[in-house]
Ligand binder design. Structure first.
Ligand code: DGY
Length: 319
């Protein structure tokens, strides 16, 4: 039997690409440029499966033009806001993602963002790097202590819980909002809030870990930033769509929000250049899951899903 034809849209880890080549008649985009709508539509007539990243957009318009040959979209991401799931399902195309395997890497990065924002990582680095560090005083670059502080987590899924586990190492008092309350074995003592508003009132540190959906678009808007305790630190390692960036800047301008750590932006790649004027905003270019271990694990998880599908089984991560 001939091997299924697979298009891998980006340069995945070497181990992933080697494994894929053993099982599939695979074409890899070694140029590593994001796949365009035209490329996705053309590929659907030549491939049985596509293994994309969040950089390839399966909008309703694209999905409507897909060739019936394409049977599965096995995403190399946990977030699937780049896929119109309803449209894909309506076309009978199986969609999978890669949960679990990136939770620790993303939680690590959220911790880096939180600490970096709280302790002037950007301003401090710039001061030393530019040779402008010419004095010291007890009043110099005084930050906000993380240890023992109240942490609010919105979205207590796998990444939210991994972040909470790391925050416990800093003795943080953990509060969360989630669609439903977690069982005690998962909550591990974290206090549940049945509304975002209630959570915000205690969040000296706020970290976002929910998916981008129509309901969570601009979840953090001007009204909600105002509900945070004065001097709160905001962290977003989930999706840029969750934050009204103008409203965040306004809250930073008044000092109501003391600092922010951002790995995600409304516009990616690129981010929001207006944040560059803020030395209290620590920014990274959407690299939450970018560790070697996790890249291999994500690639392998996507291939596990494909292998199951082509073996006639239900992949473990069907959406
Ligand atoms: C994810 O898996 O959703 C990460 O943001 C990387 O795409």
């Amino acid at each position: 039997m001939s091997k299924p034809r697979l298009w891998i849209t980006r340069r995945l880890s070497d181990a992933t690409l080697e494994r894929a080549a053993k099982t599939y008649d695979v074409v890899i985009n070694y140029d590593d440029t994001p796949g365009t709508a035209e490329q996705i539509i053309a590929a659907s007539a030549e491939f049985d499966a596509i293994l994309p990243c969040h950089s390839e957009h399966f909008s309703a318009e694209v999905v409507a033009k897909l060739d019936p040959r394409l049977k599965i979209v096995a995403n190399h991401s946990v977030g699937v806001d780049h896929c119109d799931l309803e449209a894909l399902r309506a076309r009978g195309i199986t969609v999978t993602n890669t949960p679990d395997v990136l939770s620790d890497a993303t939680a690590e990065l959220a911790m880096l963002l939180m600490l970096g924002a709280a302790r002037h990582a950007v301003a401090g680095d710039r001061t030393v790097r530019s040779g402008k560090w010419d004095s010291w005083s007890p009043a110099f670059m005084v930050g906000k202590q993380v240890t023992g502080a109240r942490l609010g987590i919105i979205g207590m899924g796998r990444v939210g819980r991994a972040f909470a586990a790391k925050a416990r190492g800093f003795d943080m008092e953990i509060h969360y909002f989630n669609r439903s309350e977690l069982p005690p074995t998962q909550a591990q003592g974290a206090k549940y809030h049945s509304s975002v508003e209630s959570l915000l009132s205690v969040a000296d540190f706020l970290s976002l870990h929910c998916p981008a959906t129509a309901e969570t678009n601009d979840l953090m808007n001007a009204e909600r930033f105002a509900l945070l305790p004065k001097g709160a630190v905001v962290v977003n390692s989930a999706r840029g769509a969750l934050v009204d960036e103008e409203a965040l800047m306004a809250a930073l301008d008044t000092g109501h929000v003391a600092a922010a750590g951002l790995d995600c932006f409304k516009v990616e790649p690129g981010g929001n250049p207006a944040f560059s004027d803020y030395h209290n905003v620590f920014m990274l270019p959407h690299i939450g899951s970018a560790t070697r271990t996790t890249r291999d694990a994500m690639g392998f998880r996507a291939l596990d899903n494909l292998d199951a599908f082509f073996a006639g089984k239900t992949p473990q991560d069907v959406l």
